[in-house]
Design a protein around this ligand. Structure first.
Ligand SMILES: Cc1cc2nc3c(=O)[nH]c(=O)nc-3n(C[C@H](O)[C@H](O)[C@H](O)COP(=O)(O)OP(=O)(O)OC[C@H]3O[C@@H](n4cnc5c(N)ncnc54)[C@H](O)[C@@H]3O)c2cc1C
Ligand code: SF4
Length: 530
C-alpha cells in the first residue's frame, strides 16, 4: 500500500509497542524496519560477534559496510567508526531490535527520577530537568507493558501498595545471588529479585527459560525472552491492520507546513514515497535525531540531538575463596535500589545488581586483574581459578545530561545512500562521574561484605555515553525552546509527527531504560489523533 493512517519508523522497543496500540485502536499501520526478522537460528552464538562483545561484528546489524558514524572523543579526535565499534554506539537492528538480544531487566524508573531538577537543583553547565509527566502518569502504561510483553518478578515492590504484581514469579536466586543476599543482610541492605522480561514459567504459548548461559547479547534458543518481536508486533499483525516492511530504510520524513505527509523509504536500492496521516519516529535516540535533522523537522530552537545520554555503569568485581558461578542463566537475580536517591552530596544514584552469566571471553576481556598476564599459561591458570570464583555487583547510574553531548549531521562523511551520517560529540556532566564513583564504592562494599577477598574496579572519567541505553535527543517538555516533543510525544509545532523511543527521555533514570521506553510509547500511541 502507498498510504497508511500511521507509519512507524523502527520496529524496536518503542516502535513495536506503538504498532500494537495503534493497530488495536483500528489504525492502518505500516511498521518500517531497516533490519530483518531475528531469531536464534539466524543470530547464533558467536562469542566474538554478538551484542555483548562485538569484536569482529555483531549478530543483528546494521551491516558493517555503508553505515558509518563519526565519533568525536573528549579530546576532539574524530574517528569514522563502523557499527560494531564502540564509538558507533549501537543498540541493535531488526524486528524487535535490542529486545531480541537484551538481558531484559524490566525496571520502572523511581518517582524521583522524573523530578531530578526539583529534587537536586540544576548542576552548573548541565541540562538537568524534570520530566513534564510523573511516575504516576506513566504507572498504568508500565503495568500495561509488563503484562503485554511479560515480566517475571513476583510480588510488586512493597513501596507501591496500589501496584499489581508481576505476571510471572521471580526467578530464584542463583548461587552468586544467594552469596550477595548474605552480604546485603550483613550490611542491613534490602534486596529484591531483578524483574526480567523473560518467562520464568510458560507464558503466552511460549516456553519457560531453559537457563542457558547466553542470554544477554543473544537471541533465545527456546523463545522464552520477551521482546516486541514475539509479543507486541505479532499482536499488531494479528489485528490485520499492521504491515511490517523489513530491509527498508527511511531516509526522510516529508512535510507540508505544520503537517508531515509521509516518508521516503529505500528498499533494494529503490526509493518509494509512502504517505501517512501520522508519522511516529522510533528509530532509537541517535537515528531518530538524525532523521529529524535530515528532514529539517522540529529544530527551530536547536534542540534536536542535544542531551544525548545513556548510562555510566558502576561496576565492581571480586574474588571469592570458593566457586560461586553456577552458570545458571539468565543470571541476573538480585538487586538493591537502596542507593537510587538520598545519597548525601550526590545528584541521584543508581541501582546495583548481579550480572547475567558472563561468557569466559568476556570475563577475560572485561574483568582484568592487573597482576595477571593477558595471555599464555599464566592467563590460563588465572581463568581456571578465577572464572568460577568471581562475583560482580554493577548497575546503571542516573546520568546528569549535558546540552553539548549531542548528535549532529557530519559535514563530510556520508552513508551508502549519500546522506550525512550521525556525528556524536561531547561528554556527560562531571556530576555523573561523581555519582558513578559513589556507586562503585557501594558495589565494592557489597562484595566485601559478601566475602570477596580482593575487589577491583576501573577509574571513572568524563566521556560520551549513549550505547545500548541511548536516550535524550528529542527531549520531552512543555517549553519548545528547551525541548523537542510535548508531554504526549508530539513534536512541537507539528500536528501529526510523534516520537516514541528513548529519544524523549528527559533524563534516563537510575535503571535500565527499556520498560520506560515501552511505557512511554504505549502512552504516546494512545494519544495519537486518528
Ligand atoms: C545486548 C543488549 C542488552 C540490553 N539489556 C537491557 C536490559 O536488560 N534492560 C533494559 O532496560 N534495556 C536493555 N537494553 C537496551 C534496550 O534494548 C534499548 O533501550 C531499547 O531497545 C531501545 O528502544 P528504542 O525504541 O529507543 O530503539 P530500538 O529498540 O533500538 O529500535 C530502533 C529500531 O529502528 C531501526 N531503525 C533505525 N533507523 C532506521 C531507519 N532510518 N529506517 C528504518 N528503521 C530504522 C533500527 O534498526 C532498530 O531496529 C539492552 C540492549 C542490548 C543491545
Ligand atoms: S537464559 Fe533463558 S531466556 Fe535467556 S537465552 Fe537462555 S534460555 Fe533464553
Amino acid at each position: 500500500m502507498k498510504r497508511y493512517d500511521a507509519v512507524i519508523v523502527g520496529a524496536g522497543a518503542g516502535g513495536g509497542i506503538a504498532a500494537m496500540v495503534l493497530a488495536e485502536r483500528g489504525a492502518r499501520v505500516l511498521l518500517i524496519e531497516r533490519g530483518r526478522w531475528l531469531d536464534f537460528n539466524t543470530t547464533g552464538r558467536d562469542h566474538l560477534r554478538n551484542h555483548r562483545l562485538s569484536l569482529y561484528g555483531h549478530n543483528t546489524g546494521p551491516e558493517l559496510e555503508g553505515n558509518p558514524r563519526v565519533y568525536v572523543s573528549p579530546t576532539g579526535k574524530e574517528t569514522k567508526v563502523r557499527p560494531h565499534e564502540g564509538g558507533w554506539n549501537n543498540v541493535a537492528s531488526g524486528v524487535g531490535s535490542g529486545t531480541v538480544v537484551y538481558g531484559g531487566q524490566a525496571w520502572r524508573f523511581h518517582p524521583l527520577d522524573f523530578r531530578m531538577a526539583s529534587t537536586y537543583g540544576v548542576p552548573e553547565g548541565s541540562s538537568l530537568a524534570d520530566w513534564p509527566i510523573s511516575h504516576d502518569e506513566l504507572a498504568p502504561h508500565y503495568e500495561a507493558v509488563e503484562w503485554a510483553v511479560g515480566v517475571s518478578g513476583g510480588a510488586a515492590h512493597p513501596g507501591y501498595p496500589d501496584r499489581r504484581d508481576y505476571p510471572m514469579p521471580a526467578f530464584p536466586f542463583t548461587k552468586k545471588g544467594r552469596t550477595l543476599r548474605a552480604g546485603a543482610e550483613k550490611l542491613g541492605w534490602e534486596t529484591r529479585p531483578v524483574p526480567l522480561l523473560i518467562n520464568s514459567i510458560p507464558n503466552q504459548g511460549r516456553d519457560a527459560c531453559a537457563a542457558c548461559q547466553h542470554c544477554v547479547g543473544f537471541a533465545c534458543p527456546v523463545d522464552a525472552k520477551n521482546g516486541t518481536h514475539n509479543t507486541a508486533i505479532p499482536r499488531a499483525m494479528a489485528t490485520g491492520n499492521c504491515d511490517v516492511m523489513t530491509h527498508a530504510v527511511v531516509t526522510k520524513v516529508e512535510k507540508s507546513g505544520s503537517r508531515v505527509t509521509g516518508v521516503r523509504v529505500v528498499v533494494d536500492g529503490e526509493e518509494t514515497l509512502i504517505e501517512a496521516d501520522t508519522v511516529v519516529l522510533a528509530a532509537s535516540a541517535i537515528e531518530t535525531a538524525r532523521l529529524m535533522l535530515l528532514s529539517d523537522l522540529g529544530n527551530e530552537h536547536d534542540q534536536v540531538g542535544r542531551n544525548l545520554q545513556g548510562h555510566y555503569y558502576a561496576v565492581a568485581w571480586g574474588l571469592m575463596p570458593d566457586p560461586v558461578q553456577d552458570g545458571v542463566g539468565p543470571g541476573a537475580s538480585i538487586s538493591t535500589t537502596r542507593f537510587s536517591h538520598g545519597n548525601e552530596g550526590i545528584v541521584g544514584g543508581g541501582m546495583l545488581a548481579d550480572d547475567f552469566v558472563v561468557l569466559p571471553v568476556v570475563f577475560a576481556k572485561w574483568f582484568q586483574n592487573p597482576a595477571v598476564p593477558k595471555w599464555g599459561k599464566g592467563h590460563k591458570d588465572w581463568m581456571r581459578y578465577a572464572y568460577r570464583r568471581f562475583l560482580t555487583a554493577m548497575g546503571p547510574v542516573h546520568e546528569i545530561p549535558h546540552p553539548d553531548c549531542r548528535v549532529t549531521l557530519d559535514p563530510s562523511v556520508k552513508d551508502k545512500y549519500g546522506l550525512p551520517v550521525a556525528r556524536l560529540s561531547g561528554t556527560t556532566h562531571p556530576e555523573t562521574v561523581r555519582a558513578t564513583e559513589f556507586m562503585v564504592a557501594r558495589a565494592k562494599e557489597w562484595l566485601i561484605a559478601s566475602g570477596c577477598e580482593e575487589v577491583f574496579s576501573s577509574p571513572q572519567e568524563l566521556h560520551l555515553s549513549a550505547g545500548q541505553h541511548q536516550a535524550g535527543t528529542c527531549r520531552m517538555g512543555d517549553d519548545p525552546r528547551t525541548s523537542v516533543v510535548d508531554r504526549n510525544g508530539k513534536v512541537h509545532g507539528m500536528e501529526n509527527l510523534y516520537v516514541a523511543d528513548g529519544s524523549v527521555h528527559v533524563t534516563n533514570g537510575g535503571f535500565n531504560p527499556v520498560l520506560t521506553i515501552m511505557a512511554n510509547a504505549h502512552r504516546t500511541a494512545g494519544m495519537v489523533g486518528l
